[in-house]
Design a protein. Structure first.
Lengths: 140, 383
């Protein structure tokens, strides 16, 4: 049984992050940046110092390192039964923000904190593209 | 500003129902049983209760009529495992401002009757769900993995938390672990849930009800129950840690909660006789021991492995088994244990002469994984 494809915005309280998910469909990785403080954020936020002023979606590197991770063995939901064991990682992006995702093109046993990774886009349906990460240099 | 003379408060009624897996009693009946136990404990009657705080994550719209209460207000307070202490703080405010005389904090939930397809373990928290990140065990595994990386904490040290607390529960009637000891080998052999967390690193949700009745210290003197006074309270929220990127290095934002609670109580960490730390997972205990200052950062694993949270250790912790081996009453587990200890009702695991207890709670997501509220309460025996 494979996981049902959910649109990311179905999991959000509103559509403030729509530009990010639409960019993913174009295989572009965006972050929010405050032009006042220069700080990057994800997802859509007010900067704790400058608020909503000057907040814009900008292209980002899509690169970072694994900050922490877990290998999931438990089937927490029936639709995940075919995925275990699978990894969940928190990527610390070069621009600063954390991003939850999965690492692909790498055995779970080789995932480690500090591992350099880069974004790769997974077109799971016509409407949904998810940003996943792979070890830097593993892609062709 | 005039001094709030009624800010000195005490917990005068404690009601704890049967706690366990699938006990077959519904949500409101659990609250009713807890309320009646607390009223009886305090020597109060229903009409005395003029403030009600529903502590089970909903506004409690249907509670009052079933419970037969007629308070001036009924509030729902929802901050996950921080709800219990947060409600204590709210009750203090209400009493200090003379909005009520006796406030009932009522919790009662039967997760086994919630009919969630995957129980609490399958909760989703927004976008991380897209990547298969569901449930609180995954978010705590991220803490554990990072802690191991930073400090060399081991699975055996996590296991020491589980084994220590199980040993307490073995001697505590009514807990999940009562009469069922396990060893570190059992822990190491238990199956992996979310690496590095094994089955015996995780607590289970249980059914049960708890009611606490809070009043001013002055009124408490006239009651027959055994009062426990509030020495100090504080809060912190780890959304702050998200902003400064220390969210995985700290379990919670304990610093401001601790500072406020200890400053108000006018005591230091050395004055604490017994700790009751919110413990959904073993890593939670290790990281809180560090952030409260019972040991240095990174020393939590060796500290527990050396027996320092056991009966003869420096700080007996979760002396009823905690959530890991006792029961899961969403933040009330720890609070109840501290109250029992400070009343001298800890039975076989009573800490001799316990006069000051530290209680913590956390929960209520801040919009991203691993951000939640933290609340601290310092409690003292008697008035």
């Amino acid at each position: 049984m494979s996981a049902p494809i959910r649109h990311p915005l179905d999991l959000a309280p509103d559509d403030l992050d729509r530009p990010f998910w639409e960019a993913c469909q174009r295989h572009e990785f965006l972050l929010q940046r405050s032009s006042v403080t220069g700080r990057y954020h994800w997802p859509a936020v007010c900067d704790p110092e400058s608020g909503r002023d000057g907040m814009e979606w900008v292209p980002a590197s899509g690169r970072g390192t694994v900050h922490t991770f877990s290998i999931i063995h438990q089937v927490f939901r029936p639709e995940l039964v075919d995925r275990v064991p699978y990894n969940v990682v928190v990527v610390e992006l070069e621009e600063g923000p954390f991003f939850h995702s999965n690492v692909v093109d790498c055995p779970n046993e080789e995932i480690h904190i500090g591992m350099p990774v880069e974004v790769v886009f997974d077109d799971v349906s016509d409407e949904v593209t998810l940003p996943l990460f792979r070890p830097v240099g593993s892609g062709g | 500003m005039a001094e709030l003379t009624n800010s000195r408060c005490a917990i005068v009624g404690v009601g704890v129902t049967q706690q366990g897996r699938g006990i077959g009693i519904g949500n409101r009946e659990l609250r009713r049983q807890a309320l009646d136990l607390a009223l009886d404990d305090a020597g109060l009657r229903r009409p005395d209760i003029d403030g009600y705080i529903a502590c089970h994550g909903t506004p409690g719209f249907e509670d009052l009529r079933y419970l037969g209460l007629a308070p001036h207000f009924s509030w729902g307070l929802a901050s996950g495992g921080a709800t219990a202490i947060s409600a204590l703080i709210a009750a203090r405010g209400v009493l200090a401002l003379e909005q009520a005389s006796y406030v009932a904090l009522c919790y009662g939930l039967a997760p086994s009757s919630l009919q969630l397809p995957a129980g609490i373990g399958g909760y989703g928290y927004g976008y991380p769900e897209l990547f298969g990140m569901v449930g609180p065990s995954t978010s705590h595994a991220l803490h554990a993995q990072r802690h191991m990386h930073l400090y060399g904490t081991t699975s055996e040290q996590l296991g020491a938390v589980a084994v220590t607390q199980r040993a307490y529960a073995v001697e505590r009637p009514g807990t999940l672990g009562c009469g069922k000891p396990f060893t570190l080998d059992d822990h190491q052999r238990s199956r992996m849930i979310c690496d590095p967390l094994r089955l015996l690193d995780c607590c289970r949700d249980t059914d049960g009800g708890v009611c606490l009745i809070v009043t001013t210290a002055e009124r408490a003197r006239d009651l027959r129950g055994q009062p426990v006074r509030m020495l100090g309270t504080g809060t912190g929220h780890s959304i702050r840690n998200w902003y400064d990127k220390s969210v995985y290095a700290h379990h919670d934002d304990i610093a401001p909660a601790k500072e406020r609670a200890f400053a108000e109580a006018g005591i230091g960490i050395d004055a604490v006789d017994v700790a009751a730390l919110y413990d959904p997972f073993t890593i939670s205990v290790i990281m809180q021991l560090e952030d409260y200052g019972f040991c240095a950062p990174g020393e939590g694993g060796p500290f527990v492995a050396a027996g320092e949270t056991g009966p003869n250790g420096r700080i007996p912790t979760n002396t009823g088994g905690g959530q890991l081996s006792g029961y899961y009453a969403t933040g009330f587990t720890a609070l109840v244990e501290a109250l029992l200890q400070l009343r001298g009702q800890g039975g076989a695991t009573q800490v001799p002469g316990a006069e000051v207890g530290l209680v913590s709670g956390h929960g209520g997501n801040g919009g991203v994984q691993n951000t939640w509220a933290h609340a601290t309460a310092l409690l003292g025996a008697g008035l």
